[in-house]
Structures are given as structure tokens and as C-alpha cells.
Design a protein around this ligand. Structure first.
Ligand SMILES: CC(C)(COP(=O)(O)OP(=O)(O)OC[C@H]1O[C@@H](n2cnc3c(N)ncnc32)[C@H](O)[C@@H]1OP(=O)(O)O)[C@@H](O)C(=O)NCCC(=O)NCCS
Length: 157
């Protein structure tokens, strides 16, 4: 990652930027939109990447149950894509998952090749109990989900 970039946990000053970043990606149908309410109540799960005081990327580690967390709302500003920022965010979320002693990270995504590079494997949506798909229940697609479920084992081997 570019040495000018720093990765840190989000705080309330980041809410508007996270909202704008995710809304922009949602407009392009790359992810679900998040309300400010949702971002604020999930704020402790968010990480941001900052360059010279400006937030250029965000993503969250949403704990679903004792056996897994979900990588959600991963969004890198257009000008910063392809520079290792997304990888840095995923690495931070993996480290957070390990700190929490979670055995598995999952994601629902259109970015299959990116997550493969991060070590994720394609999984079967049905093997993740529906009740755990908290965000899915809020998604208008629900039964018609066209994203790919992917997972990464992060527990002690
Ligand atoms: C997907 C996204 C998070 C990736 O972040 P990024 O900062 O552009 O990716 P990085 O530069 O960290 O890439 C890491 C590796 O993945 C590869 N990669 C990134 N995006 C890729 C893609 N779409 N297809 C194939 N490979 C990709 C890079 O080439 C790099 O490979 P390398 O390590 O061999 O050089 C970012 O492009 C983004 O925000 N996209 C729009 C929103 C979105 O789709 N979010 C995902 C929601 S689940």
C-alpha cells in the first residue's frame, strides 16, 4: 500500500464520507445502499483508509454469530482503486476477525477475482444459515440474490 495511506477504525467524523462512498457504489449496483442510521449503528465495525486527512475507502467487519463475520460495504474511491487499498482493508478485517477469535469470514460479492486474490473460496449460500444473513433480509433481491458467496477460514488450523 502507498506509504501515504493509513488504515484506522472509523469514527463519527467519517459517517458522511462512508455514506457517500457506499451510496456511489450502490448507485452502480455494486452493493446494497446503507442508510446513515445503519452506518452509525454499525460504526464500531468499520475501518477507513485515509490519505492526507481524506478518507478514500471504507469497509466493515460485521460479526454475524460466534462462528463468522461478514465483510461488508467494501468501497474504494475510484481514484484509489488498483493501488492495494482494498487489500489493506481486507487484511485489517482479517486481523480483526482473528482478534475476535472468529473461525471464518464470509462475503457476498460480485468481485470474485478480487476476493480470490485475498484467499477466499467460493461457497454455497445455503451452507450459511439464512438467519445469519442479516443484510440479506433487508435486500430487495433476497430470494433472487445474484451475488456470489465466498469464505475464508481464519481460525487456527
Ligand atoms: C473491489 C475493490 C474493493 C478492490 O479494491 P482495490 O483497492 O481496487 O484492489 P487492490 O488494489 O487492493 O487489489 C488487490 C489485488 O486484487 C486484484 N483486483 C482488484 N480488483 C479486481 C477485479 N475487479 N478483478 C480482478 N482482480 C482484481 C488486483 O489486481 C490486486 O492483485 P495483485 O495483488 O496481484 O496485484 C474496489 O475496486 C471497489 O471498491 N470496487 C467498487 C465497489 C465494490 O465492488 N466493492 C465490493 C463489494 S463486495
Amino acid at each position: 500500500m502507498d506509504p501515504k495511506l493509513t488504515i484506522r477504525r472509523a469514527n463519527v467524523d467519517d459517517v458522511d464520507t462512508i455514506f457517500r462512498l457506499t451510496a456511489q457504489m450502490a448507485d452502480r449496483k455494486l452493493m446494497l445502499a446503507r442508510s446513515k442510521y445503519k452506518i452509525i449503528t454499525m460504526l464500531p465495525s468499520y475501518f477507513v483508509v485515509e490519505v492526507e486527512g481524506e478518507v478514500v475507502a471504507s469497509g466493515s467487519c460485521s460479526v454475524l454469530w460466534t462462528d463468522m463475520a461478514e465483510i461488508c460495504a467494501l468501497a474504494v474511491h475510484d481514484e484509489w482503486q488498483g493501488k492495494g487499498v482494498g487489500k489493506a482493508l481486507v487484511d485489517a478485517i482479517i486481523a480483526e476477525g482473528k482478534r475476535l477469535k472468529l473461525p471464518k469470514l464470509i462475503t457476498l460479492t460480485y468481485q470474485i477475482e478480487f476476493f480470490k486474490k485475498m484467499g477466499f473460496q467460493i461457497g454455497n449460500k445455503d451452507s450459511f444459515p439464512r438467519k445469519l444473513w442479516r443484510e440479506c433480509l433487508e435486500c430487495p433481491k433476497l430470494e433472487a440474490c445474484d451475488e456470489t458467496a465466498m469464505f475464508l477460514d481464519i481460525g487456527d488450523q
